[in-house]
Design a protein around this ligand. Sequence first.
Ligand code: PAF
Length: 299
Amino acid sequence: MSDAVPTGMGSRPVRVDTVEALRATVHGAPREATWGLVPTMGALHDGHLSLVDRAVAECDHVVVSIFVNPLQFGPAEDFETYPRDLARDLELLAARGVDVCFTPAAAGFTPAGLRTTVRVAGLTEVLEGARRPGHFDGVATIVTKLLASSRPDRAYFGEKDYQQLLVVRRLVADLDLGVQIVACPLIREPDGLALSSRNVGLSEHDRRRALALSAALHAVAKAWDGDAGTARARLHGALAEAPGVDLDYAEVADPETLEPLSGTVRGPARALVAARVGGVRLIDNVALSAVGVDAGAGH
Ligand code: PAF
């Protein structure tokens, strides 16, 4: 890393809201400086901040984007009510040593005239993609725009959105974008709940009910012996029975292709779930390591 600071970065983070301003800021830095990008939709929590801290530790300069991306929400989804608190987000980022906060306006970044969509075939057609048509096209398109606008050396994504991480890795490889995608572990509350911006929509009662997701994943990870069918049935059974949990899917899948696994699995696998609790859609996942329990379920 170099100690170089881009010109004009006296008070950090510098807030920019156009691609032109972002480019001018990043290109104002010495050429040898390394840049990290942390793409977010704001309403930052400790999961986001763990990505930010890692980026700050590993890169000379860090851009955090905050953009509630309308392209990745379906017409009946929660775009309007998605939590937003820009003032708080900016304070949190200032305390973390972030250099640039990119907050594009929707009208400029996703104009009505946008005619290009980035689509990653296959990976986006299962699990979240099958339930949320167009979601990953919206994610892939906006992530490509963010990468093209900031041209980072590294971009940081959380394993909480495990399928998204795979989609982004694939698009970066397919389009030769030349950015290193850094996967960061899912962060949980002490009681196991996976951190998510949407958790603020849970009542205390529903929050307790939502613990069924991480508990079921933990139980499956703990009992994992390579029998994919039994693991899936156990996960499904636990969540289908859980009070107040409206199960969407519970899957044991290949950790790279996300194809459902059956029979005896010798290599690693991933258990993934999605459910509605009190009207809030939650996702969670855990690694099933080839040797048994993975510590990632956080109990
Ligand atoms: O994970 C998110 O917050 C979003 O999907 C992302 C990557 C910022 C794209 O809008």
